[in-house]
Design a binder for this molecule. Structure first.
Ligand code: ADP
Ligand code: MG
Length: 601
């Protein structure tokens, strides 16, 4: 017999559910999520959630939805029992929140649960209790139509999980956020949240999403919302509201994206929104409530057990739909009510932001393949005086080390004027050249950082050291970054476990909010948009981010008066035509091209 010697065993139903619960049930908020989704699927008009002790002691979710028959109640705690999915094809046409038939058995396996339910057409209701997955008999119960599920002593039988729970306040906070996510997806459902006997919110059903937003984020914010003109195409519909650019903030508190009524987290879409705003000042976050309706066939929600992540089948269509919707909304609004886009006095939350929010930068411009711009060095002399750099008063012209900073080898450019406070227009023998000041600065600053790569960059002492509080999760990352900071001329050291002390800066940077800047830089690395460890050249990566972040903060108006110098410094760079991230710094328009456009050729 094979059995005698086998080490492979079938899991008991309870054990299998407990394993599955690991994916679905992480904390009280995940229980709330699953129960509320079931209530939504049951067409509830009102959902009431009550928790005690952060939801660890008890979570009660009550709805006025369809309810269950006695037979359904008997089945609903069985694994893979669902009323929502019958065939594999259904999976590609999911309209419901749930479909895996896993949530109830998973929750039941790690807690004590009672379900009381009644269908409207039934004269009586039914009640079932479960203890770690062990069911009692179903009994008749007098109750209103709908379903009430109570979950007590979460993880009582899986002590390791229970240990991972945070404080009651933290867990309650997660529950509240989870409910807010649902409530913003379904303004037509009334949501009530009660914590330890006190009502935290009780939002009336409304047809106007803005009312709901106002309940959670205040009327002031709600009044500023710009409505997205719904756009439809390619099976994708984009709706919702944006906060104007001038209301950018330092946190992501006002960022909500829903896909077919499901709150999702998706880097690609977040990026698309930012791009729609036309790039975004460092460290600042746009506010948005974005609702995407996508044909279910175009999206796979089954990649994550809790369905927080999705996979798109035509990602490019979705991102461009989002980007277009955002940028069209902002453009419309700028045309219609220009006044509210003028940064009168942007609020400066949590300790100081740049004085004003710069206009969208040139980030979105396409990369031009042929930028044959830097003309032969022996051309005639340029009449551009080398002025002191506005960003480094103590310094001469900012040219990469080891290169002469004279003008003699710079080709002849005549400055014609500036456009839009961001671009300088030059003329030379070949035609016109448009210079993006910000892109140019990014290249120049980058090369200054890397050209001193071998030695280290001289530092300037700060009058008072800057202290940066680190997120615990970033401590390891910052240890990796520390040598790079030092090499670049930042003297940074740990001051205790979680504080970074910055004593000096590279000589050519001038920064007023050093702590903010360092925090932003660290955030850029920790966001995972850059993989420091896997990078071929970590210092180069560091320099790219450093230059990008620094220049985003820089006030370009100072350079408006010294465009010649900017061009001069740019032309002395190793690779002048593009930023270290590959975006153009200059766009040439040759006489030939101009004549061709006028159809003169
Ligand atoms: P799923 O939602 O994936 O179907 P669940 O384990 O969450 O799986 O729920 C199992 C089934 O129990 C659901 O398909 C539904 O038929 C029933 N159910 C659960 N909660 C409710 C509720 N609040 N009202 C009505 N039926 C419910
Ligand atoms: Mg469910």
């Amino acid at each position: 017999m094979i059995e005698e010697d086998s080490t492979i065993r079938r899991m008991s139903e309870t054990l299998a559910s407990q394993v599955a619960a690991g994916e679905v049930v992480e904390r009280p908020a995940s229980v709330v999520k699953e129960l509320v989704e079931n209530s939504i699927d049951a067409q509830a008009r009102a959902i009431r959630v009550e928790i005690t002790r952060g939801g660890i002691a008890s979570i009660k979710v009550q709805d006025d939805g369809a309810g269950m028959s006695r037979a359904d109640l008997a089945l609903c705690l069985e694994r893979h029992a669902t009323s929502k999915l019958t065939t594999y094809e259904d999976l590609f046409n999911i309209r419901q929140m749930g479909f895996r038939g896993e949530a109830l058995p998973s929750i039941a396996s790690v807690a004590q649960m009672s379900i009381t339910t009644r269908r409207r057409q039934d004269i009586e209701g039914f009640r079932l209790e479960s203890n770690g997955g062990e069911l009692t008999e179903i009994r008749s119960a007098g109750c209103p139509p709908g379903t009430e599920i109570e979950v007590r002593e979460l993880f009582y039988n899986t002590p390791v999980r229970r240990k991972f729970l945070k404080s009651e306040d933290t867990e309650a906070g997660h529950v509240e956020q989870q409910l807010r996510l649902h409530a913003l997806a379904f303004p037509d459902i009334r949501f009530t949240f009660i914590r330890d006997g006190g009502t935290i919110f009780d939002t009336a059903a409304t047809t106007d999403l803005r009312h709901r937003i106002a309940e959670f984020f205040g009327r002031d914010n709600a009044q500023k919302l710009l409505r997205i003109r719904p756009t439809t195409g390619m099976g994708i519909r984009v709706e919702g509201y944006l906060m104007p650019l001038t209301d950018a903030r330092r946190n992501r508190r006002l960022q909500y994206i829903y896909l077919n009524s499901r709150p999702i987290e998706d880097k690609m879409l977040t990026r698309a929104v930012r791009d729609g705003y036309g790039g975004f000042p460092t460290g600042l976050q746009p506010g948005y409530f974005l609702y995407l309706e996508v044909e279910p066939a175009l999206v796979d929600v089954n990649v994550h057990p809790a369905k927080r992540e999705v996979r798109f089948r035509r990602p490019a269509d979705i991102t461009s739909a989002v980007m277009d919707a955002v940028s069209a909304t902002l453009t419309d609004h700028a045309r219609g009510e220009t006044t509210s886009l003028v940064p009168a006095k942007p609020d400066t939350p949590s300790g100081g932001t740049p004085a004003s929010v710069p206009p969208p930068d040139e980030e979105a411009s396409p990369i031009r393949p042929a930028l044959r711009l830097v003309v032969e060095p022996q051309q005639q002399e340029l009449g551009i005086p080398a002025q002191p750099s506005p960003s480094s008063p103590a310094q001469g012209p900012v040219a990469p080390a080891g290169r002469p900073a004279e003008d003699s080898d710079t080709p002849a450019f005549r400055h014609l004027g500036n456009i839009h406070g961001q671009y300088a227009l030059f003329e030379n023998a070949e035609g016109l050249v448009l210079l993006s000041m910000r892109a140019a600065r990014e290249r120049i600053v980058f090369e200054r950082i890397v050209s001193a790569n071998k030695s280290s960059i001289p530092s300037q002492q700060l009058l008072t050291p800057a202290m940066v509080e680190l997120d615990t999760r970033d401590v390891g990352l910052v240890k990796d970054l520390q040598p790079l900071f030092l090499q670049a001329g930042f003297r940074v050291q740990f001051f205790g476990e979680r504080t970074l002390r910055v004593d000096s800066l590279p000589i050519f940077l001038s920064l007023d909010k050093v702590d903010d800047f360092i925090a932003e830089l660290i955030e850029a690395f920790s966001n995972g948009e850059t993989k420091l460890k896997r990078s071929r050249d970590p210092y180069e990566l560091f320099a790219i981010r450093l230059a990008q972040r620094y220049v985003m903060r820089e006030d370009m108006t100072a350079w408006l008066h010294h465009p010649g110098q900017l061009l001069h410094e740019l032309l002395h760079c190793e690779i002048p035509y593009c930023t270290p991230r590959g975006k153009p710094t200059m766009i040439p328009l040759s006489i030939n091209e101009i004549q061709r456009r006028f159809q003169a050729l």
